[in-house]
Each structure stands twice: as structure tokens, then as C-alpha cells.
Design a protein around this ligand. Structure first.
Ligand SMILES: [Mg+2]
Length: 142
């Protein structure tokens, strides 16, 4: 049964990110149960897209090294734009419930499940901004 595409993050979702961002090619070990989780979703009928801020090749290498099931990888160097998916699973996501005030409150008090430092990934954010600027001829706000 085809349930559609689920886009799944790596750092802090499939991979241990407790050490924070340590470089583009350094990804933590898979979190306990991550491998079984991906296989179970596949068995349930989901098409699994790995959706990451890392380069697609780096992510694909990590997935292969750990034997993690996936159908595709969408990285920071992939075709620009939000990839189509039915569900986005991410340790830094907030579900919008139709209420902007509630969303603002959640945004301003946001913390990841493992206390990962959102502001600590300066290198990664700078690289992403460069990719975005190269992809779209519009001003990206700092
Ligand atoms: Mg993450």
C-alpha cells in the first residue's frame, strides 16, 4: 500500500546530535531504533525521503554506512525548493495548528527534544544561506 512520501531529517531525528554540529561530514551514530523505524515505515507503505541540511552525498554515505533504508535523499545541494511530502519528521519542526499566536509562542520557546543548541550551527547556517543565494536571485534576510 502506497501511503505517500515522508520526509525525515537526520541530525537529532535519525542520528545522535548530542555533540552538536561538528562539521559537514561528521554525523553521529544512528539513534537506537532508527534502523528498525525506517524499515517499519517502509513495510507500512511509506516512501522514505531523507531530508537534510547536509549535502545529499554526505547523507547518502552515512545512510549506506549504517544500512538505513531510504528511497531518496534531498540535501542542501539538491534541487532548490521544498520537497513534496505528506509528512515531515524533524527534531526542529513545529506543527502549525491554524493559530498564529500559538505558533509564535511555540517558536519563541522552542527547544529540541535533546536540548540540542539551535544557535550553535553557525557554519551550517552560513553554508545554507550561500546555497540559497546561489539558487534564488532574491535577497535572503540575515
Ligand atoms: Mg535535525
Amino acid at each position: 500500500m502506497d501511503k505517500g512520501i515522508i520526509a525525515i531529517d537526520i541530525d537529532g531525528t535519525l542520528a545522535d546530535n548530542s555533540g552538536g554540529f561538528q562539521g559537514e561530514t561528521v554525523i553521529g551514530d544512528p539513534l537506537p531504533g532508527a534502523k528498525e523505524f525506517l524499515q517499519a515505515l517502509h513495510d507500512d507503505g511509506w516512501e522514505i525521503m531523507i531530508h537534510t541540511c547536509r549535502a545529499a552525498g554526505v547523507a547518502a554515505g552515512w545512510l549506506a554506512d549504517h544500512g538505513l533504508y531510504h528511497d531518496s535523499v534531498h540535501g542542501s545541494d539538491s534541487t532548490p525548493g521544498k520537497p513534496v511530502a505528506k509528512i515531515y519528521l524533524d527534531d526542529r519542526g513545529i506543527t502549525f495548528t491554524g493559530n498564529f499566536a500559538a505558533a509564535r509562542k511555540k517558536i519563541n520557546s522552542f527547544a529540541t527534544w535533546n536540548g540540542d543548541d539551535v544557535d550553535g550551527e553557525v557554519e551550517q547556517r552560513a553554508r545554507m544561506r550561500a546555497v540559497m543565494r546561489a539558487a534564488w536571485p532574491i535577497k535572503v534576510r540575515r
